[in-house]
Design a protein around this ligand. Structure first.
Ligand code: NAP
Length: 346
């Protein structure tokens, strides 16, 4: 690419917004043209507006950028959104109306009939929905919920090889998933919270759209019974999920592990910059995967799976781990945008 594509980050001061900055600061195709947030932050240099809590250093030139309000006139052909869902709906639509390509992490447009709920390894064909989108000259593409992404990447090789009929999933979700400043320390230290508002419904419904078939520019939802229970735990990054599945046909442990290990898709074939070398890694050590050890595997873009064993209620059970603000948010959104560039949509 001769010239980098200018991009804006909406919600740049938040948990997802900060991860966008980390991943975009040396991106080969995109360059940050604007950092946007609420009126509380607008007008201030970024280093004053944001409480930078990433482990990496905030680049000086980014820290000095002045935060802008989320107005459609902001520079940037692509707009990455990490906005709070209470405001994302209206702002993202205004951006699309003004011709921007909006790639969003917020829930607001995910289940809209004409909006792709995109995981590039799984449903790149759903980008065909953009043809009938009527948000104006621009478009809106969404990322699934951060726990949904790990789950569907682990299920996809099983869906392809054997079919998946029923799924029971119990999550243990990281604190960064609650945004910044998130859960009060006195609520979570020495504790676990067995409730995350709205999360179970998202995990039970979003996979059906993602695995749905594109028929005449419409997504026909997949048939799969999913039950989710979500918990918040005292880990900074990385969502773990204990999953039980009933497959469409009998399979051995060897066949299941092979399906995961052999799995590659368009992002790997295209060599997209943010694509993991392998979307799914299977660990044979019985005490893996673990958040601290495995969340950064393959640039934080791969799902780690372990502990495949028989389940006496459904057929098989296993544990997975994926990085919620990278694969589950900012990294996933970058991969969506890279796929759109590669497909000539930008
Ligand atoms: P967050 O840390 O609370 O950040 C929210 C951002 O929205 C901040 O930059 C905030 O700016 C901005 N904002 C709030 N009110 C605004 C307004 N009225 N106008 C303009 N900007 C406003 O939340 P987050 O965890 O980054 O999540 C962002 C979105 O991504 C949410 O929709 C969330 O559900 C979704 N998501 C999060 C994760 C995750 O792991 N964290 C994963 C997947 C999806 P100020 O600082 O100026 O208030």
């Amino acid at each position: 690419m001769d010239k980098k594509i200018p991009v804006a980050i909406l919600g740049a001061t938040g948990s997802v917004g900060q991860k966008f900055i980390e991943l975009l600061k040396d991106h080969p195709w995109f360059e940050i043209a604007a950092l946007c947030a609420s009126e509380r932050s607008a007008g201030k240099p970024y280093h004053e507006a944001a409480n930078w809590f990433q482990a990496s250093e905030l680049p000086k030139h980014i820290g000095e950028m002045i935060v802008q309000p989320c107005e459609p006139s902001v520079p940037g052909r692509i707009v990455f959104s990490g906005l709070d869902s209470s405001v994302a709906g209206e702002i993202e639509q205004a951006m699309a109306k003004a011709g921007k390509i909006v790639v969003s992490n917020s829930k607001n447009h995910r289940m809209h009939d004409d909006v792709p709920l995109l995981v590039p390894e799984i449903n790149a064909d759903h980008l065909a929905l953009l043809k009938k989108q009527a948000f104006g000259d621009g478009m809106i593409v969404t990322n699934p919920n951060c726990s949904t992404i790990g789950l569907v990447l682990a299920l996809k090789p099983l869906v392809d090889a054997f079919g998946v009929r029923e799924v029971s999933v119990v999550t243990m979700q990281a604190l960064s998933g609650a945004g910044y400043p998130g859960v009060a320390s006195l609520d979570i230290i020495d504790n676990a919270v067995p409730y995350i508002g709205g999360e179970e419904d998202k995990i039970e419904t979003e996979p059906l759209k993602i695995f749905g078939d594109l028929i005449n520019d419409h997504v026909e939802p997949a048939v799969m019974n999913i039950s989710a229970s979500c918990n918040r735990i005292a880990v900074v990054d990385g969502h773990m999920e204990c999953v039980s599945v009933r497959l469409g046909r009998q399979a051995s442990a060897k066949e299941i592990i092979e399906a995961w290990e052999d799995y590659r898709a368009e992002p790997q074939e295209m060599g997209l910059p943010t694509a993991p070398g392998r979307p799914v890694h299977y660990h044979r050590e019985e005490h893996y995967p673990q958040p601290r050890k495995h969340r950064m595997l393959d640039k934080g873009m791969a799902v780690s799976i372990g502990r495949l064993r028989e389940c006496s209620i459904l057929e098989w059970k296993f544990t997975l781990l994926s990085h919620n603000t990278i694969r589950g948010a900012a990294g996933g959104a970058l991969l969506n945008a890279e796929l759109m560039v590669e497909m000539g949509l930008v």
